[in-house]
Design a protein around this ligand. Structure first.
Ligand SMILES: C[S@@+](CC[C@H](N)C(=O)[O-])C[C@H]1O[C@@H](n2cnc3c(N)ncnc32)[C@H](O)[C@@H]1O
Length: 239
């Protein structure tokens, strides 16, 4: 995505957070600008038009903020040279920190109505029915490996052929990048008020095997450009 276009999209997608206070607004700007995943999700045309997306561990709803702003920009002809962003997306989100889900609703519902519905709750108990795409971005490592596997079973059962599971995970190993990822995650989580019992990470090859063994076909791409982290985007299609 061209930097100029990214700047315009940043302004449009974060403007709604102004009504939720300075911290949330600046948090949204920092994350959407510095994290390469948001531009990549548009550049790689990950989401089909009209998809019903379930965003587990949705935080303040930055994924819908970004994608719905991109749709608006395309509608008014401001994205002529970019990959066309998806149209008509509907978002449900589940977030452990209810105040973050509330912040996302407060920012986005005045603009997008019930196209964005975020609730406080544990993703392990989420209703996954009536969903075309399930997204879990930077969240899986907060639950133990056995529970990750149970969730992968539920996700596979919930998605029909053509369904997509999108996740970003840390590539566990001895690399300095992975250690920096973990340290940063612990610090940010602590500052945000999370008291995490632990972190459960695995190497990306294990993630791919876990997905393929459940019948997904998987594309992986490094997703840490411009950051010191060891993150990988996995896009898993139900064959
Ligand atoms: C690193 S943030 C990522 C937020 C969002 N996915 C994004 O990319 O902007 C991880 C989020 O997962 C949430 N989380 C952790 N465990 C969870 C669980 N069991 N159920 C729902 N949300 C959870 C945290 O509260 C936090 O907001």
């Amino acid at each position: 995505m061209q930097p100029k276009l990214k700047e315009m999209l940043l302004d449009l997608s974060t403007e709604p957070y102004k009504r939720t206070g300075k911290f949330n607004y600046h948090w949204a700007r920092g994350k959407l600008w510095h994290d390469p995943i948001f531009a990549a999700l548009i550049d790689q045309s990950v989401f089909p038009n009209g998809a019903r997306i379930l965003d587990l561990g949705c935080g303040r709803g930055l994924l819908p903020a970004w994608l719905l702003a991109a749709e608006q920009m395309a509608e008014i002809g401001n994205m002529p040279d970019a990959a066309p962003p998806p149209k008509g997306l509907q978002f449900r989100g589940v977030e452990l920190m209810a105040h973050e889900a509330d912040c996302g609703n407060q920012a986005l519902q005045p603009l997008y109505g019930n196209r964005v519905q975020l609730v406080g709750g544990d993703m392990r108990k989420a209703d996954m029915s009536n969903t075309d795409v399930i997204a879990i971005l930077d969240v899986f490592h907060y639950i133990p490996i056995e529970e990750q596997d149970q969730m992968l079973d539920q996700i596979r059962a919930a998605l029909i052929p053509g369904g997509i599971f999108v996740t970003r995970v840390g590539n566990a190993g001895n690399s300095l990048r992975f250690r920096i990822s973990q340290l940063t995650d612990r610090c940010i989580s602590f500052v945000q008020g999370h008291r995490l019992p632990g972190m459960w990470c695995r190497p990306v090859d294990e993630w791919i095997r876990a997905l393929e063994s459940r019948g997904f076909s998987v594309q992986s791409s490094p997703m840490s450009a411009g950051t010191p982290f060891a993150n990988v985007l996995l896009i898993a299609h139900v064959a």
